[in-house]
Design a protein around this ligand. Structure first.
Ligand code: HEM
Length: 118
C-alpha cells in the first residue's frame, strides 16, 4: 500500500490478473478503492444462518440481494467442504495421506475457470 494505491486496489488488481492468467474472463480493473480504517464486526454467516440475517449482513457490507447470490454461487465454484470442519457432512473416508483435512469439492470442475463452463 502506498499513498497512491490502496490495499483494496492492489487486491482487486491481483484478482483481475489471476483470472486472466488462468484463462478466465477478462475482468476490467478500475482503481479508486478506499481502504477501511477499522474492522467490521467479527464473525461470518454460518450455513444455518437464516436468509434474512445473511442478506442483512451482506447489505451492511454494501451488497444487495443479487450481489450476495452472485458472490456466494461464484465463490463456491472452487474449494469444498472439509471433514475437519464439517464431519457431519463429509465422512472420514475422504482423509488421506495427501489430504489430512479430508474434503469433498463443491463441484466436479473445481479447477476449470472461465466463461465456457458457466
Ligand atoms: C453466507 C455466506 C457464506 C456461507 C454460509 C458459506 C459457507 C461455507 C462453508 C460451510 C464452507 C466449507 C468450509 C469448510 O468445510 O472448510 C465454505 C467454503 C468456501 N467458501 Fe463459503 N460461505 C459463504 C460465503 C462465501 C463467499 C461470499 C465466498 C467467496 C466470494 C465464499 C467462498 C468459499 C470458498 C472458496 C470455500 C472453499 C474453502 C476451501 O476449500 O478451503 N464463501 N463456505
Amino acid at each position: 500500500m502506498t499513498d497512491k494505491a490502496s490495499m483494496a486496489d492492489l487486491m482487486a488488481m491481483g484478482v483481475s490478473m489471476a483470472i486472466d492468467t488462468c484463462g478466465g474472463a477478462h475482468v476490467p480493473y478500475c482503481e479508486g478503492r478506499i481502504d477501511a480504517t477499522e474492522a467490521d464486526p467479527s464473525g461470518v454467516c454460518e450455513p444455518e444462518t437464516d436468509i434474512k440475517t445473511t442478506l442483512s449482513t451482506f447489505s451492511g457490507a454494501g451488497f444487495n440481494q443479487a450481489d450476495t447470490i452472485a458472490l456466494m454461487s461464484c465463490g463456491h465454484t472452487m474449494g469444498g467442504v472439509h471433514h475437519s470442519t464439517f464431519p457431519q457432512i463429509v465422512g472420514p473416508e475422504t482423509v488421506s495421506a495427501n489430504n489430512l483435512d479430508g474434503g469433498h469439492a463443491f463441484d466436479d470442475t473445481v479447477s476449470t475457470y472461465g466463461i465456457n463452463n458457466v
